[in-house]
Design a protein around this ligand. Structure first.
Ligand SMILES: Cc1cc2nc3c(=O)[nH]c(=O)nc-3n(C[C@H](O)[C@H](O)[C@H](O)COP(=O)(O)O)c2cc1C
Length: 204
């Protein structure tokens, strides 16, 4: 099969893209709006792009409203309004709650309350973080890059919270972190002890 994206339907391209670029980490993004209301939603077009400065990137797509009109997701509205957000990492026990927060809740509904999660005040940002998450990275908006109907949001990490119980001699233990990855459709993957292997870099 070969494909020219310029001559493909967006829905077909989307299905292929989320099947080809796998597994994807999930940024569970908490934000606060101008009125101080909390919001929480997952995004798997996500990764880290730089360490010094520490930069995370998230692709936020558009939502189709009534009559096909393009509207911004609450997360993007809040990031643009407040210039801040928190990326929480999803561990296996939180997977179902994470999925629940992807529902199209009205802006006035807090997904924290809807999913039974605890919002804690950020240390450096006004946006809340998910207390139950093993890792939370507080970010300030670095840059927004418009990409058609989507936006690439780049955030600089200004404070990091890591639960002590996922650490092993100061390093994050993948077995304790139990991260969840997004695959295509409704599929996810987990990282289990037997599935992890090592490769040494070649000495050339
Ligand atoms: C695991 C998962 C990953 C998702 N990844 C993305 C993504 O990368 N970009 C995006 O625009 N929406 C993504 N979504 C959909 C959003 O979470 C969904 O549109 C949500 O309602 C947005 O909420 P908001 O309007 O409160 O920002 C994802 C949903 C799930 C369950």
């Amino acid at each position: 099969m070969q494909l020219d994206p310029d001559n493909s339907k967006v829905t077909d391209l989307y299905k292929l893209m989320i099947g080809m670029v796998v597994p994807r980490p999930i940024a569970w993004i908490s934000t606060i709006d101008r009125e101080g209301r909390h919001n929480l939603a997952p995004f798997s077009f996500f990764n880290a792009f730089s360490v010094a400065p520490p930069i995370l990137g998230v692709g936020i797509g558009a939502r189709r409203g009534q009559g096909g009109v393009v509207i911004k997701k609450d997360t993007l509205n809040n990031i643009e309004a407040r210039g801040e957000f928190v990326v929480n990492i999803v561990s296996l026990p939180l997977a179902e709650k994470m999925n629940y927060t992807a529902g199209e809740f009205a802006p006035q509904t807090s997904e924290f309350e809807a999913a039974g999660l605890t919002a804690i005040e950020g240390t450096r940002v006004a946006a809340p973080r998910v207390e139950e998450a093993p890792v939370s990275m507080e970010c300030v908006l670095h840059q927004t890059v418009p990409l058609g109907n989507s936006n690439l949001v780049l955030g600089k990490v200004v404070f990091i919270h890591i639960k002590d119980e996922i650490l092993d001699e100061g390093r994050i233990s993948i077995e304790r972190l139990k991260p969840v990855g997004r695959l295509a459709g409704d599929s996810y993957c987990k990282v289990e002890a037997g599935a992890v292997f090592e490769l040494l870099r070649p000495e050339i």
